[in-house]
Design a protein around this ligand. Structure first.
Ligand SMILES: CC(C)(COP(=O)(O)OP(=O)(O)OC[C@H]1O[C@@H](n2cnc3c(N)ncnc32)[C@H](O)[C@@H]1OP(=O)(O)O)[C@@H](O)C(=O)NCCC(=O)NCCS
Length: 188
């Protein structure tokens, strides 16, 4: 059975394997480990603290938080599959324009099995439960998988926004002139 769970030390071994996969494809950031100050060694050594730091991102009174970000893991029969995050308030210009309310990623070895569609469907349920009524979900114009996931989950296309270099910097990557951010709204 698959479900969204709060980050927990219960999934340590499986999460570390998934994190190694993200690292190998150059997307270690997807796990939030790097932005929280961990590399793969310190992640393994200080896993309980990493879990606490991850959960603290949802706490808007926390000193480290730029904006409240609720991170959940998709697990299937105890196996870590990926993460999703809900930003209930579009409280920065980046989120309002490019980031949106929800972000998700599936670990490389578990892709193309329907988990991407499932993680967004489950994230929409949680978003509804916490009181959101309409969410902005975005993806890069060349991300065919994410585009299909959003459209499958009822995304109504609004616009394509050019990405200035600050927006690429906010995502920790190099500017790519042909990429736009596609903006979709989903009523909950
Ligand atoms: C994008 C991502 C979440 C897709 O996850 P996934 O588990 O492979 O998605 P699904 O299996 O539910 O696939 C959804 C659809 O996209 C298609 N798809 C998935 N990856 C694809 C790819 N790289 N190229 C083309 N199509 C792709 C699937 O075949 C499926 O198509 P269908 O509806 O016709 O059957 C995953 O590749 C990922 O985590 N990428 C890195 C992070 C990222 O891009 N996150 C999204 C940011 S907006």
């Amino acid at each position: 059975m698959q479900s969204l769970v709060s980050p927990s030390v219960l999934y340590r071994d499986s999460f570390l394997k998934g994190a190694a996969e993200f690292l190998a494809e150059g997307r270690f950031d997807s796990t939030y480990a790097r932005s929280l100050g961990y590399d793969s060694d310190s992640l393994a050594d200080q896993f309980p603290q990493f879990v606490r730091d991850l959960k603290a991102l949802a706490d808007e009174t926390g000193l480290r938080v730029r904006y409240p970000d609720r991170v959940l893991w998709l697990v299937h029969d105890g196996d870590y599959i990926g993460q999703t995050s809900i930003r209930p308030e579009l409280s920065t210009p980046y989120l309002l324009t490019y980031g949106g309310h929800i972000g998700y990623s599936i670990r490389p070895s578990r892709r193309c099995r329907g988990y991407g569609k499932a993680i967004l469907a489950l994230t929409l349920e949680v978003s509804r439960e916490i009181g959101l009524r309409r969410v902005l979900v975005t993806c890069d114009s060349d991300n065919i998988g994410s585009r299909k996931i959003i459209e499958h989950n009822g995304g109504q296309f609004e616009s394509a926004m050019a990405m200035p270099s600050q927006a690429f910097r906010a995502e920790g990557r190099k500017p790519a002139p042909l990429i736009e951010k596609l903006r979709y709204w989903i009523d909950l």
